[in-house]
Design a binder for this molecule. Structure first.
Ligand code: NAD
Length: 474
């Protein structure tokens, strides 16, 4: 097979102007904090900017600002709140090229994903919830649903701006005010969003952004004047938060990890399934909570499917996130790379067979070649633990019943995929999968109108759609 050679097609770095330092965004103003930390570009380890590290007093000020703003924001007619949200959505669209470059620089994701997936979805979320702001009494939550108050929101680094949109858009539409803490390795797009709030003339204090690491997140979720906690991140931290919030009367939603099964039956269209498998595990370097990280393939087609998958993987271009041809970008941090490396080594030492296409990785930055493990059994750690990287574990099955049993044999329950030509089989299997989202003959499809969330250790509560309003209304 001959591969196309591609000349580099880098998006211009100068589209975004990153300041040397950023403060905390509280009460509509950027202000300093005592401490700072650096955020780097994971593709070359260069420092992008220095960012404020919020301490307990800073979080206190942010929550107080949100509390003051709540009075008037919650009293506005929904149609007025909607105008702000529509304005934010339009500014996000206008500035999408700049934000896409910024997101790829700070996160390491390929520009074609930040440009064609993250940013359009971010704007779509604000448009969608803007539409709900004056229709809350038709959301099925009673004749006069009320906002909860101040929402403390903590998000991860894999989709920094998209997770912000999932959190902030429904909260504001419902009349709450927010204090949001982005992840420590990807704080920049939230700070640019703060600037968009100013551009949209959002009243001061309605949105506050506090940057920092785990401690800052903890001050926020444990703050006594926060009424609602929304967290997306690891199951381990989610558990700690559930314990700290228990008995306080705060409302809580948790979006946690996953270990999704992507199930391919013998009647599936193989080429289409291969595309779905690749999208399921190599999209965003596999840093996706709903990634299809366990491939369950029917034994009779396993050889054919795996040959085809390997051929396809050999065409994936790994490298510069800003190159428009790049399929797989940089791993977000040294810590995440260490975790992926460790679990992959465990996979090999436990007896699974490891394969990666030949690919040259850049010398600087954090990189991991797309990898598959075959001969994986359910006892292997790589079949049970979330790797959160471009690593696929392949298991086989003989009957639909066996596929369902293996798919559900996980502490998680966020998503799943089914590939089959038969609609009846798809419906019958989907019905038995314990997963919040089940995709059929597709994978990783997102839409603001559709609720997303997990079962079991993948968390509770739903984000997106009408269901997403429920978390922010009493
Ligand atoms: P993480 O839990 O370490 O961090 C998530 C966020 O929580 C960060 O902002 C971090 O600073 C903050 N944090 C850390 N300790 C905290 C504490 N004690 N109190 C409050 N906040 C704290 O997770 P991560 O490594 O950033 O993200 C990867 C994980 O997120 C994966 O497990 C992935 O599956 C999950 N995730 C889930 C979804 C979903 O929607 N279900 C989406 C994206 C990521």
């Amino acid at each position: 097979m001959s591969l196309f050679e591609y000349a580099p097609a880098p998006e211009s770095r100068s589209i975004v102007d990153i300041a040397p330092s950023y403060g905390l965004f509280i009460d509509g103003e950027f202000g300093e904090a005592k401490d700072t930390f650096k955020t780097i570009n994971p593709a070359d380890e260069q420092v992008l900017s220095e960012v404020a590290l919020a301490g307990p007093e800073d979080v206190d000020r942010a929550v107080a600002a949100a509390r003051r703003a709540f009075e008037s924001w919650s009293a506005l007619p929904g149609s007025e709140r909607a105008k702000y949200l529509f304005r934010i959505a339009r500014i996000l669209q206008e500035r999408s090229r700049e934000l896409a470059v910024l997101e790829s620089l700070d996160n390491g994701k390929p520009i074609k994903e930040s440009r064609d997936v993250d940013l359009p979805l971010v704007a779509a979320h604000f448009f969608y919830y803007a539409g709900w702001a004056d229709k809350l009494k038709y959301a099925g939550l009673g004749p006069d649903p009320r906002p909860l108050g101040v929402a403390g929101q903590v998000i991860p680094w894999n989709f920094p701006l998209l997770m912000l949109a999932w959190k902030i858009a429904p909260a504001l539409a419902a009349g709450n005010t927010v204090v949001l803490k982005p992840a420590e390795t990807t704080p920049l797009s939230a700070l640019f969003f703060a600037d968009i709030c100013r551009q949209a003339e959002l009243p001061p204090g309605v949105v506050n952004i506090v940057t920092g690491a785990g401690d800052t997140g903890r001050y926020l979720v444990e703050h006594p004047d926060v009424n609602k906690v929304a967290f997306t991140g690891s199951t381990e931290v989610g558990r700690q938060i559930a314990r700290s919030v228990a008995g306080t009367g705060k409302k809580l939603t948790l979006e946690l990890g996953g270990k999704a099964a992507n199930i391919v039956f013998d009647d599936a269209p193989i080429d289409q399934a291969v595309e779905g498998i690749v999208n399921g595990i190599f999209f965003n370097q596999g840093h996706v909570c709903c990634a299809g990280s366990r491939l369950l393939v029917q034994e009779s087609i396993a050889t054919e499917l795996l040959d085809s998958l390997k051929r396809r993987m050999a065409t994936l271009r790994v490298g510069d996130p800003l190159d428009k041809n790049t399929d797989v970008g940089a791993i977000n941090s040294a810590a995440q790379l260490a975790r992926i490396t460790e679990l992959s080594e465990i996979g090999a030492s436990e007896g699974a067979e490891r394969w990666s296409p030949p690919c040259e990785l850049p010398a600087r930055g954090f990189w991991f070649a797309p990898t598959i493990f075959t001969g994986v059994t359910q006892a292997h750690r790589i079949a049970r633990e979330e790797i959160f990287g471009p690593v696929l574990s392949v298991l086989t099955f003989r009957t639909p019943a066996e596929a369902i049993e293996k798919a559900n044999n996980t502490p998680y329950g966020l998503s799943a995929g089914i590939w089959s030509e038969k609609g009846s089989r798809i419906l019958a299997v989907a019905d038995k999968l314990r997963a919040g989202v089940v995709w059929a003959n597709t994978f990783n499809k997102f839409d603001p109108t559709s609720p997303f969330g997990g079962y079991k250790e993948s968390g509770y509560g739903r984000e997106g759609g009408r269901h997403g309003l429920e978390a922010y209304l009493a």
